[in-house]
Design a protein around this ligand. Structure first.
Ligand SMILES: [Zn+2]
Length: 340
């Protein structure tokens, strides 16, 4: 199969939806996945009320929110378990009532630490697909205005995490009072004359589009970025954890308040079933896939040992839960929703 089997309208829709030139060609390796993604793109679900897209919870004394920035239909192969043998993947998906094309959510964490509103990443903004970039209305529905954000910790520089820093139309910065914090290694990687993208299993056109977008946003945001390194103490209660693999300077964060800790693993895992049962299944966008699995294991081991709650950018919303070790690997245990 190649994407010429799709009608021109469907191909355009897929490209528009994914915002990624060239990905349709890549998806052409897997006919049914590509076709299902296209079908979803051609008839996107009605956008939910922003007030239904946040969840308030607490980390000790701190109030926190999960803000859903939207979703994209994502073919599990080739995107989310690139190296998985087809039969094994089908077995795991069936056992967990999962479909071969997942609605991949984009979740952002907002925490109030001693009166400061702090975001962990800024969503996709207007730089990607039309089904994502809904962070602002969702945050406002939760009662927090962009002017109130004083700090933004950037986990890594993929477009779905930094696009929201800059208004795609006006090219102005969106959070006027926020300072940004970013791993020096991550910044250096993306702003190098030719970043090493040899580990990515994505089409060339997509990679060049991504580099252009990332560099546009980083150049605009640069004056407000404070470069940081793992272990730095930037804000009391936030531990910066080196978590490379998905990108070279990818951060995970441990946020502590009172006697509770939330481990935000961001993009160290992209699926709450597949990458728990199979630590070595990686996503096509990992810059160093083998290192991504090593990092994932470290974070899972830490969360399981500490029994701390975890949060991830792309697990099923609201993406809060726990890591349990079992005989064969790990499993994700969803957190219970509470009124308080
Ligand atoms: Zn991501």
């Amino acid at each position: 199969m190649n994407t010429t089997h799709l009608s021109p309208l469907h191909r355009r829709e897929l490209l528009r939806l994914l915002g990624l030139g060239g990905l349709a060609a890549f998806l052409g390796r897997n006919a049914s996945a590509a076709e299902q993604a296209v079908a979803a793109a051609a008839a996107p679900a009605e956008a939910p009320n922003p007030a239904a897209c946040y969840r308030r919870f607490h980390i000790g004394d701190a109030t926190a929110y999960v803000l859903n920035d939207g979703y994209m239909p994502m073919p599990i192969q080739p995107m989310l378990a690139t190296e998985a043998p087809a039969e094994e993947l089908a077995k795991v998906l069936a056992a967990h009532f999962q479909k071969p094309v997942a609605e991949m959510p984009f979740n952002v964490l907002l925490v109030n630490l001693r009166g400061e509103w702090v975001l962990f990443d800024a969503g996709a903004g207007g730089f990607s697909a039309p089904t994502i970039g809904r962070l602002l209305p969702v945050m406002v529905a939760a009662g927090v205005q962009p002017e109130q954000i004083t700090g933004i910790f950037i986990s890594h520089a993929h477009s779905d995490h930094i696009g929201g820093l800059v208004d795609a139309k006006t090219k102005e910065l969106v959070f006027p009072h926020a300072k940004y914090f970013m791993h020096q290694r991550e910044f250096d990687y993306w702003t190098a004359p030719s970043p090493d993208v040899s580990g990515l299993r994505l089409p060339k056109e997509f990679i060049s589009g991504m580099l252009e977008m990332v560099q546009t946003v980083l150049n605009k945001a640069k004056p407000k970025i404070q470069m940081i390194a793992p272990g730095d103490r930037v804000l009391e209660g936030i531990e910066l954890i080196d978590a490379p693999g998905h990108t070279p300077g990818h951060f995970a964060f441990a946020i502590t308040s009172g006697n509770e800790q939330l481990l935000h693993i961001v993009d160290a895992a992209h699926h709450e079933v597949l990458m728990f049962e199979h630590l070595d299944w990686t996503m096509a966008g990992d810059s160093t896939p083998a290192l991504a699995s090593v990092t994932r294991k470290k974070l899972f081991d830490r969360a399981a040992a500490d029994r701390s709650r975890i949060f991830a950018a792309h697990f099923a919303y609201p993406a809060l839960g726990y890591v349990r070790k079992n005989d064969t690997g790990y499993e994700f245990v969803h957190d219970r929703w509470t009124w308080t």
